[in-house]
Ligand binder design. Structure first.
Ligand code: HEC
Length: 166
């Protein structure tokens, strides 16, 4: 075997070895990439409709304009129907639903219903002050009693409470 031949053989062997190692590494990386991808790629296809829905929801315009002569029925959705549905319609209902939690028992210093000594000085402040304190909160009294009810509902409830404590 000549000198050139042996060096060629040596080169070929080393080259084959390096090539082989690279191929093995490539196969391993391919496998790793597939297994990582499996966690997210498959879902992405399944979740795509949901994601699109979210995008449409988030990019929908806040305001809608009613157009004369067109079908504007979709516009009525703008008010929050869920809240409106369980919005109490009388002061008594509202009181029993939320305010009674504190005002029936007098917990945390809440003026108790029928406790004229506790209500006397409060009533003397005038209704506007009672409305304001019920709406904005005062001491341990959370704003609107912790509800998101409209101001009118809170005022109606204060009226009911006042009527029972006169
Ligand atoms: C978490 C308990 C709690 C709930 C629920 C609650 N209140 Fe009160 N409320 C209080 C406390 C405590 C006070 C006394 C605050 C003070 O004088 O420091 C108070 C005071 C008041 C007063 C008298 C305010 C004044 O000026 O003296 C009104 C009116 C009132 N609440 C209305 C309501 C109404 C209406 C609701 C239901 C929508 C409600 N509260 C729900 C705890 C509560």
């Amino acid at each position: 075997m000549s000198n050139t031949e042996s060096s060629d053989t040596h080169f070929f062997n080393s080259f084959s070895l390096v090539l082989g190692v690279l191929i093995v590494v490539a196969i391993i990386l391919f496998g790793v990439a597939r297994s990582i991808g499996a966690d997210t790629q498959g879902q992405a296809v399944l979740l795509e409709p949901l994601r699109l829905k979210g995008v449409q929801h988030n990019t929908a315009p806040f305001g809608h304009v009613a157009i004369a002569g067109k079908d504007n029925s979709a516009l009525t959705v703008v008010t929050a129907p869920a809240v409106a549905a369980d919005l109490p319609t009388t002061g008594e209902m509202a009181f029993n639903k939320v305010c009674s939690a504190c005002h029936a028992t007098g917990v945390n210093g809440a003026p108790k219903m029928g406790d004229h000594a506790a209500w006397g000085p409060r009533l003397a402040q005038g209704k506007e002050t009672l409305y304001k304190d019920a709406l904005n909160g005062k001491g341990n009294m959370p704003p609107k009693g912790g509800t998101t009810w409209p101001d009118a509902t809170i005022r109606m409830t204060v009226d009911y409470m006042v009527s029972l404590n006169k």
